[in-house]
Design a protein around this ligand. Structure first.
Ligand code: DNO
Length: 350
């Protein structure tokens, strides 16, 4: 398992130099943030980013994300042009030696929470999702905006975009996803870049928009869209794990051990607090609904050698920063996973 850490570039309050000091750190997960969605990422920006990361002794483990233009998800005629650009971005990243690209296919909104600063009893704050609150939110009124969302909604603005999605149900979204995958995968294969789709977060429809990358059956259906080892998954424990019907450990065994299609892992814990409701609890098993020992064991046992990152942390010790992406709690997650990994490896050698 290759330990990596998400870094949002020079504007990130977490310094790259500090990330390099975390025990066991090998790589960085990042992106180019100033190229508009749908345009090709230029070589000079890719090379500059790579050189900056190598200057602290790390490498780029994964690009997360190359965002998919809404016209592709909507299946509009203009999608072909955006897909050509996407393919060229894959080729450019491949020629710079980037091994993995993470992306998602969630209509309009990326990961969604009802509160980004929910205070836990110990005074730390965390991200939570409560279905009741989300039901009352109306994104059309500008009720919420989350870091990481692409808010360049195009000509008709958000309301116009949501209206366009009225024509897109789950099956239509599958069709559009299939068209995208069949279009881009040859470029990924030829560039030797592994494509790793991120599950929908949370894994159920929100604001009346369809979500399809949500459970084992659908992940399997997704893999069937294209027959290549480069076509794979970002297996995110927090996204899949907030639906109690999803057995994350079983998914690691199946999508990793049996199918060998896990190209990237996101590891965080969630505490399920009710129907479609959860807190991001910090990584420790006893704090959440997921058993981190069993998760790490499943990865180690099947010999996962790809990148993973300790995902989202709480805000602790007075830190201020990007919701979910402070330094301290994610670094605690990193050392916890280091400890579990060493223990699992050594006990299985006996
Ligand atoms: C949230 C992240 C997501 C993820 C994208 C991948 O913290 O896990 O924003 O990066 O969905 O495309």
């Amino acid at each position: 398992m290759e330990m990596s850490f998400r870094w949002y570039g020079e504007d990130d309050p977490v310094k790259l130099e500090y990330i390099a000091q975390i025990p066991g750190m090998k790589g960085i997960v990042t992106a180019i943030y100033d190229v508009p969605v749908g345009e090709t990422w230029p070589m000079d920006k890719i090379n500059a980013l790579k050189a900056r990361i190598e200057s602290v002794g790390l490498k780029i483990s994964v690009i997360e994300s190359v965002p998919v233009h809404e016209d592709i998800k909507l299946g509009l005629p203009s999608r072909d042009k955006y897909m050509e650009n996407y393919k060229q971005t894959i080729r450019n990243l491949g020629s710079a030696g980037i091994p993995v690209i993470c992306y998602n296919f969630m209509p309009v909104f990326d990961w969604t929470r009802s509160d980004l600063e929910f205070e836990l009893p110990d005074g730390s704050t965390t991200l939570i999702y409560e279905e009741e609150t989300v039901q009352r939110m109306n994104p059309r009124l500008g009720d919420l905006s989350l870091p990481g969302w692409d808010t360049s909604y195009g000509e008709g603005g958000l309301a116009g975009l949501l209206e366009q999605y009225e024509e897109v149900d789950e099956e239509k979204l599958w069709e559009n996803l299939g068209y995208f995958i069949r279009g881009i995968m040859p470029a990924a294969v030829e560039s030797e870049v592994k494509m790793a789709i991120h599950p929908d977060d949370p894994p159920w429809p929100i604001f009346g928009l369809p979500r399809i990358i949500t459970n084992k059956e659908n992940l399997d259906r997704f893999l069937d869209l294209y027959d290549s080892p480069y076509h794979g998954l970002t297996l995110c424990s927090g996204s899949l794990g907030c639906d109690p019907k999803n057995d994350y450990v079983e998914m690691v065994n199946y999508f990793g051990g049996v199918k060998n299609r896990i190209h990237f892992a996101h590891l965080r814990n969630v505490k399920i607090t009710g129907e479609k409701s959860f807190w991001e609890s910090g990584h420790l098993s006893e704090w959440g609904s997921l058993d981190f020992y069993e998760i790490v064991k499943a990865y180690v046992d099947y010999g996962f050698d790809g990148p993973f990152r300790p995902d989202h942390g709480r805000m602790i010790w007075g830190e201020k920063g990007r919701a979910g992406y402070g330094l301290y709690d994610r670094a605690l997650g990193a050392v916890y996973i280091n400890g579990l990994t060493e223990a699992v490896k050594k006990s299985s050698q006996k």
